[in-house]
Design a protein around this ligand. Structure first.
Ligand SMILES: NC(=O)c1ccc[n+]([C@@H]2O[C@H](COP(=O)([O-])OP(=O)(O)OC[C@H]3O[C@@H](n4cnc5c(N)ncnc54)[C@H](O)[C@@H]3O)[C@@H](O)[C@H]2O)c1
Length: 375
């Protein structure tokens, strides 16, 4: 953008802070922020100014990667000293609500990791706090921003698939009790119902539920049922689930999510089925760029690759777009955020309601005699 005398206008900077400096902040958010800062496109340049974590070593490791970034002992201290424009909350699920509430009350825009909270009451209080504060607030559904998913949205909106009948999503991984993102000793809170709020279903299904509405131009899932399993891993949370849903517009939705699928198997697939054709995306669900996308024509059965930018991380686009919304909030030409938090809360509630009556399959019968056991 140029000023009236033809000189380049100084870029607006969005000053970011991070609360919770673990795996996703370190390996995905920060590289995304740095890439977005480098690309210089969009309305604001993101800059990391301060971080905090209950583990000071984790905070120090993240800050050390960005010249000038500071650590703070806790979030209230960080907010008071550094006054960030935006805060990325990437703590375990049970700690989202206090962090989001503090950041919003300090006037910062908030990008909170999914799921919104471990339970419904906390999620409702979190959303209410953001509304009270009037700050831009969003769930960090990075997969909305994957270039392949944006291409899916465009093809779907063009009518090329005819009448959309179904969306099928498989999003699975391998997460044993002693799982660690990088092989180092790790406190696997995902296996702890108090901190995670649930297992594979609550961790992985929110991405799919969000994506359905995003890909269908706002036609969100409004009915949902679930079956969960405790099949492989000896922890108290579910390690797999299938969910069946229907959107308000009548599209059927199937989700299979799991912690019990070896990472070496095909495990990330998205299909949008229509009366004229089907889009299939493979290995696009997740945190990284890349994957494959093709359109199968119902009449010719030909598979045509659908081009998309395979080099841009969904996290980079997310940071870029949320930075623009954060720094323009309240201005007459402010960048509106298209996915209001109360919509994310509605989907969170739907998922928790579907999961609450869900019962695991009964365990295999225990042999009643030694003889029977030997057979
Ligand atoms: N969008 C995605 O694709 C994606 C991917 C992974 C994780 N996540 C979400 O991100 C969040 C973090 O997941 P993770 O895998 O990075 O976990 P992690 O355990 O690797 O990191 C969490 C960090 O938060 C710190 N922490 C704990 N309580 C805190 C508090 N009260 N204040 C500040 N820091 C605190 C921990 O010390 C740890 O460093 C979760 O909500 C998870 O569901 C999202």
């Amino acid at each position: 953008m140029n000023t009236s005398d033809g000189r380049a206008a100084p870029a607006t900077v969005c000053r970011w802070a991070v609360a919770g400096c673990g795996w996703v902040a370190r390996d995905h958010f920060l590289p995304g922020l740095l890439a977005a800062a480098d690309s210089r496109t969009g309305g604001a340049v993101p800059r990391l100014v301060a971080v905090t974590d209950t583990d000071p070593a984790a905070a120090a490791r993240l800050a050390a990667r960005v010249p000038g970034a500071r650590t703070a002992t806790d979030l209230p201290a960080l907010l008071a000293v550094h006054r960030p424009d935006a805060v990325y909350v990437a703590t375990p699920n049970h700690a989202h609500r206090p962090a989001v509430t503090a950041a919003a009350a300090a006037g910062a825009a908030v990008l909170c990791e999914k799921p919104l909270a471990a339970g419904l009451a906390d999620a409702e209080r979190l959303v209410a706090a953001c509304h009270r504060a009037g700050v831009p607030a969003a769930t960090a559904y990075d997969q909305r921003f994957h270039p392949a998913h944006r291409a899916v949205r465009e093809v779907t909106a063009s009518g090329a698939l005819g009448t959309i009948t179904a969306v099928r999503i498989t999003y699975c991984c391998w997460l044993p009790p002693a799982w660690s993102p990088d092989g180092r000793p790790y406190d696997n809170w995902r296996a702890d119902p108090a901190r995670a709020g649930g297992g594979a279903a609550l961790d992985l299904a929110p991405h799919g539920l969000d994506l359905v509405g995003v890909l269908l131009g706002g036609d969100d899932v409004t009915e949902l049922t679930a079956l969960v399993q405790h099949r492989v891993h000896p922890y108290p949370v579910d390690d797999g689930a299938v969910l069946a849903g229907r959107t308000g517009g009548g599209v059927l939705v199937c989700l299979h999510v799991a912690y019990n699928t070896p990472d070496t198997l095909p495990r990330r697939r998205l299909e949008v089925v229509g009366t004229l054709g089907q889009l299939t995306a493979v290995d696009t669900l997740g945190q990284d760029a890349g994957g494959r996308l093709w359109l199968t024509d119902a009449q010719t059965t030909r598979r045509v690759p659908v081009p998309f930018d395979t080099g841009t991380s969904p996290f980079a686009v997310q940071v870029r777009e949320f930075s623009a919304a954060a720094v323009s909030a309240g201005r007459p030409v402010g960048r509106a955020w298209p996915w209001p938090l109360h919509r994310d809360l509605t989907l969170h509630r739907l998922l928790l309601e579907a999961l609450s009556p869900a019962r695991p399959a009964p365990p295999p019968p225990v042999p009643s005699t030694v003889e029977e056991g030997r057979r």
